[in-house]
Structure formats: C-alpha cells, structure tokens
Design a protein around this ligand. Sequence first.
Ligand SMILES: *[C@@H]1O[C@H](CO)[C@@H](O)[C@H](O)[C@H]1NC(C)=O
Ligand SMILES: *[C@@H]1O[C@H](CO)[C@@H](O)[C@H](O)[C@H]1NC(C)=O
Ligand SMILES: *[C@@H]1O[C@H](CO)[C@@H](O)[C@H](O)[C@H]1NC(C)=O
Ligand SMILES: *[C@@H]1O[C@H](CO)[C@@H](O)[C@H](O)[C@H]1NC(C)=O
Ligand SMILES: *[C@@H]1O[C@H](CO)[C@@H](O)[C@H](O)[C@H]1NC(C)=O
Length: 778
Amino acid sequence: MASASQNRAPKVVSVLMLQLTLLLLLLLLFSSTQVLAQSSQPVFACDVASNPSLAGFGFCNTSLGVSDRVADLVGRLTLQEKILFLVNSAGSVSRLGIPKYEWWSEALHGVSYVGPGTHFSSLVPGATSFPQVILTAASFNASLFEAIGKVVSTEARAMYNVGLAGLTFWSPNVNIFRDPRWGRGQETPGEDPLLSSKYASGYVKGLQQRDDDPDKLKVAACCKHYTAYDVDNWKGVDRYHFNAVVTQQDMDDTFQPPFKSCVIDGNVASVMCSYNQVNGKPTCADPDLLSGVIRGQWKLNGYIVSDCDSVDVLYNSQHYTKTPEEAAAVSILAGLDLNCGSFLGQHTEAAVKAGLINESAITNAASNNFATLMRLGFFDGDPSKQLYGKLGPKDVCTAANQELAREAARQGIVLLKNTAGSLPLSPTAIKTLAVIGPNANVTKTMIGNYEGTPCKYTTPLQGLTASVATTYAPGCSNVACATAQLDDAKKLAASADATVLVMGADQSIEAESRDRINILLPGQQQLLITEVANASKGPVILVIMSGGGMDVSFAKTNDKITSILWVGYPGEAGGAAIADIVFGFYNPSGRLPMTWYPQSYVDKVPMTNMNMRPDPSTGYPGRSYRFYTGETVYSFGDGLSYSKFNYELVRAPKLVSVPLEEGHACLSSDCKSVDAVEQSCQNLAFDVHLRVRNTGGMSGGHTVLLFSSPPSVHNSAQKHLVGFEKVFLGPRTHSFVRFKVDVCKDLSVVDELGSKKVALGEHVLHIGDLKHSLTVRI
Ligand SMILES: *[C@@H]1O[C@H](CO)[C@@H](O)[C@H](O)[C@H]1NC(C)=O
Ligand SMILES: *[C@@H]1O[C@H](CO)[C@@H](O)[C@H](O)[C@H]1NC(C)=O
Ligand SMILES: *[C@@H]1O[C@H](CO)[C@@H](O)[C@H](O)[C@H]1NC(C)=O
Ligand SMILES: *[C@@H]1O[C@H](CO)[C@@H](O)[C@H](O)[C@H]1NC(C)=O
Ligand SMILES: *[C@@H]1O[C@H](CO)[C@@H](O)[C@H](O)[C@H]1NC(C)=O
C-alpha cells in the first residue's frame, strides 16, 4: 500500500507534465492560427505572382467574361470539390490556387463583428457605427441611405485589404416591421413598403456600386430575410417553427416589395431565405419563391443563401423532409446556392448518389457563388493592384465618416411633442441641466444589434455636457428598472434649469430571438419619469431610446413633460446628435417610420396573425398606417420641427385617362378597375408640382410625404405612400418639389389574387393637410 502510494506520486507528476506540455502545444497551435486569422494579408485566388502556373487557367484570365471564367473553373472541379463551395466556410483547392473563403460577414449599419468573416484587431480596432437602421429610415432621405452604404463599403474594403474582413456582407434586413413587438424591428426600415424599398435599393447601391464597371462589385450586399419573416420568439412561438400564413394580396403589396426593389432597382448580389415557413413551405425549399420569383421574375444576378442554418432547421426542427439528403436536394432544387451552416456540406454528395439531385444542379449553385466572387475581383489576383487596393486602416473611422454617423442620427431623430418654450434649450440660459435615466450615459446600447466595435462613443450625458453644466442620476440600475431610485433624481431635477430624461429599451428588452410582450416602458420607468417631471423646475425633455414604438400615452398627455424625442438606437455619435437637437444646433426633421400603437392593441392582436388587412367579422384591427384605423400613440410620418412648413399645389392634373385597346371588356361593361399591364400603362405618368415654404425663423430639413387614397376597391389600403422628398430650407424661404407619379406603378393596388390594378374613379392625393382629387377613367 505504502510503496504503491509512494510510486503513484511521480506518475501524477508526469501525467501533469504531459498535460502541461499538451496545453502548451495547444496554446502554441492556437496562437499561430490566431496569427494566421489576423494576418494582414487579404485572401484571394489566382495569385499569379507567387504561382505563375495559375496564369494559364481561364478562370484567372481577367480578359474573359465572368460566365466564361466560371464555366472554366467549375469544369476543373470534381463533385466533391464543388460541394465545398456550397457552404459559408468554403473549402480550398490548392492545385488551382483557391484559398478558403468565409462568406459570412455583416454590415447592417457599419462593418460588424457578427459572423466569422470579419474581425477587429489592433490594426483596425473599430469601424464607424451608424445609427441602427430604423433611425436612419426615419430621416426619409434616400441619398443618406446610399451615402451610408458607400462609407460602410469603403471601410469594409479597407478591412478586407488587411485580412480583417470578407467581401460578402449579409445586410441589409428589409423585412417589413409588421408588429411593434418584433425584437428585430430595430434592424429594419420600418412598416412601409415604399420606404423599405427605397432604403433597400439605396443602401445596397451604396455598398455595391463601383464607378468603373457596373457589373463589378465593391462589396456584395444581401437582402434578408426572404420572406414574411418577422416573428422571432413570442409566447413560445419561435422563428424556427413558425409558419407564416400570408394571403397573396399581403404578400404582393406588403412583404415582397422591399425584396423586389432590392433585386431590381438595387441590383443586389444576394438574397437570404429565412427560417420560417410561408403557407406551409420552408422558404429555403420553395421553388416558387426562390427560382420562380427571385431568379425567374426579378432576374437576380447573384446567389441565394440560407439563414444560418435554415436547411438544418427545415429538416431537424420542421421535419419537412424524411431524410437529410432530401432536405439538401429539395433546397438546392428550389434555387438555394449557398448554405450558411454545414448541412449541404454533409449531405449533398449522398443526395447526388441517391439520385435525388443531379450534379448539374450542384454545378449551377456553385457557379452562382463563384460568379459573385469573380465580380468582387476575388479571382483577379493581388487586390492591392486593383481598384480599392490602396484602401487601408487610415480609411476607417475617418473624421468625415464619423461626422456622417452624427449627421445620420441628427437627420433621423424624431421630435414627437414640443410645448412652446421647451425645445430647443438655450445653451447660454441653462446654467445646470439634470440628466436622468438608465440610458442617459450608455455606450453600447446606442449601437443596437448587428453592431461592430465603434470608433468611439459619445454618450448622451457627454454630448449634453459639452455645452452646459450637467448633473446626472441614472434613476434605475438598468432599463428593466425593477425599482426606480427616485430621491436623487428628483433632487437634481428640482434644482436644475431643465431636465433631460433618457429612457427606453436596449437588447435585454428587444433583440434577435426576443420579441416583447408589452410595449410600455419597462419596469418603473414611467414612475421615475412622472415623479421627476413633477419635481422639475424647468422644461422636461423625455428622450426615448428604442427600436420599437412605446406606449408613452402618459407622457403625451402630461403637461409637465414638455417635449418628447425618439432617438432610435442612434449609433456611436448618438449623444452628440441628441445634444445638437436639444440645443437647437440642428433642427429636427425625422419622421416616424412605424406606427406607435397603444398597449391595448398588442393585448388584443396575436403577433402571429400576419394579416395586414382588418377583418370586421372578428374585430381584427389590421396593421400599419395603411390599414389600421384605430387609436395610435403616434402615427407613421409624425415628426415636428422647430420651424413651420406649408405647401401650395402648383400643378397636378384633375383627370387621367387610361387608354384601352379596342374590344377591351371594360369598354362595354362597368369596371371598377383595369389591369396595370404594360400596354395601357406606357407613358401614363404625371407630375405633382408643389411649393414648400419654411414659414418659421429657423432653417431646417423637411420631408414632403405624398400619399394616395385610391377608390375603395379590392380591399385596398386607406392610403399609401407614393413618394417622399427631403428638402432643406432657410428661414422664410421656399422651394419646389416635383413628384413624378407613374399611374400603374404608384397609384395601382394589388387585388386579392396578386394582380396589379388601377382603380377607376376618384383618387385623393395627400400632402400634409393639402388634398387633391384626381379622377382616373378609361
Ligand atoms: C486570356 O484570354 C484572352 C482572350 O481569350 C486571350 O487572348 C489570352 O491569351 C488569355 N491569356 C492567357 C494568359 O491565357
Ligand atoms: C437528372 O437528369 C436527368 C437527365 O437530364 C433527368 O432525366 C432527371 O430528371 C434528373 N434528375 C433530377 C433529380 O433532377
Ligand atoms: C459616462 O460614461 C462614460 C463612458 O462609459 C464614463 O467614462 C463616465 O465615467 C460616465 N459618467 C458618469 C458620470 O458616470
Ligand atoms: C407633485 O409635487 C407636489 C409637490 O411639489 C406634490 O404635492 C404632488 O403630490 C406631486 N404630484 C404627483 C402626481 O406626484
Ligand atoms: C440628405 O442626406 C444627404 C447625405 O447626407 C445630405 O447631403 C443632404 O443634405 C440631406 N438632405 C437634407 C434635406 O437634409
């Protein structure tokens, strides 16, 4: 026993030593892969300089067209090799000089660290973090959408050049913000199909477009999540199991338009199919939705990618097919090209062997992926010798880029309430400002989700303190605000000349996989606000930082709360932008991109009911400003200015005639609407010409929103946005705005079967309080 135990001691030591050695080896291995992952070299194929034999390959020959090069490449690959290129962590083929490529990078509102394709390092420690998309959408400034995309793609290219980023970014998210509870509504451009469409095409152009060659790509964008995806996790219903039951009419006039515009107007290089089912079919396995619509009707030039990992989900969670091979076959045959995840890497070869799918379909999918990489210059050899090759760390977080982040936040922030004598605060008259609330001094909260490391942060407190002396109390330990700490906050408010309360939400309240149940301010926030307001000596400014709308009816009607601002998640410079508005250095011009419903709405309406249109037989109230007529807290398009604007109609027709070919049925019988088909619609457009006047004493931006109410046929929207135009006007100046209205595109409605129709009869155009009647006849 004794000797045995004596013997054991050295063994324990040697085992320990062995473990230590192994650990050291592992550490070494890890740190060397770390070094590899963070090498400052970009990843690219056809490195002819270090391997001259590659020059002979057609796919490396830049004088050939993309399709010839792709055909040459896939012609050299075995089935097994092609399958390596169907997944996001693509494989390498060293005999052809093709390195591994990681497809998954994100750039929703700045280059993001979400996804394995992009990293920050000491070389590039951060990138410009723009406001979360819902706030940028609130700017209603289409050129801003594109300007942001352009900066983001420049920073992305700069990071690619030093080996820190990929070239394929799975952004933007253009799903319609259908229900206020959706945790990912913050990522979207809001509830309106037209605004979302303009955002999609604008941001995508900013990311992708090159001046030198319209077919080449600066970086590749991706519109997601196709389609009717907007339930994450609500009362036990999650996105992996949810079947969205959608009518053809809602599909065509609500859920599809942003994707259509993204592909057709934005020329996007990719569309991502979602996790959910639509009418009983997983979107990633639906040939009508993928091959039929995206490729067939919209003519996508690029690749269709699955969410991560939708193919696994349709097999393992939804049990849509009996075997994994069938799941692989059915999704590729539906039109899927790339699988985020590993499912297709594991099961595609067996699917081919089992005869469920032919190799030609695999070749086709891989070809779509390769073609995208070709357009990005990935097969053109050394990137430093190409356009954008000189971009590097110096081009990230430049002063101009960071200024645009601040400008975007300023342009988006929405002034919802302003009692005379409240905002703007005078930075000279205010001696002390009480700054209160759990979001008053936050950093990360301001950048929302799908974020990157920002260049730097300016918190609201820091922004306000730059102009006046402040006192600060958080009032709650976090946004959940289980117990409001009233005493300090009330004391500060009572002794300050004005009070700013920065309240709202963060990712613990609304996030991916986290939908809300109620839309009131969390916990005791309302108590804190009301008590602080009552104790305040001066004006009380309530700042709501959130993605989704909040039921703040109590604040709207409380006279002690003199102003309300909604600031979304305003990005890295959010605090500076809030201060710019609070002190009147910038005149607010944002408008709400979504309806703010009362809590009673969500108590009554299941989040899972996808219908946009009301149903009088069940009392279902419908959704969005287009269909919902009930009470709102604030409405789509709401947003005040420190100035006043009015409109005067200069010119618009009172009558539009739709020409019909001889023998058309509507010529002999009474039709309520006619098909919006090519022939009768050609050149059927008119101008709406307006004078917009700034009648106030402060210069500022102002978005003119043009709505149309069609005659009530086909259960159509009560009104819909036809166009928007943002103008900047000095005090007491005017300018002219001209909308080109295409009758078939802009005034048509979608009927119950999904066909576009132009209603005959009286259409009413609205611009603010101005209304203009227009008769459409045959
Ligand atoms: C590249 O393609 C062009 C056009 O077909 C051809 O003339 C040229 O010889 C090719 N270059 C190489 C290196 O093969
Ligand atoms: C494979 O190709 C053959 C010949 O073109 C065709 O008959 C067959 O239907 C294809 N199989 C599948 C699963 O697509
Ligand atoms: C506000 O936040 C900044 C950044 O996190 C921090 O440095 C500062 O100490 C905070 N100020 C107060 C008064 O807590
Ligand atoms: C407001 O404050 C006054 C004292 O200044 C107090 O009498 C009153 O009860 C307060 N009202 C509310 C609603 O808290
Ligand atoms: C719209 O955004 C662009 C880009 O930032 C900016 O130059 C322009 O002034 C903005 N328009 C208005 C009216 O604010």
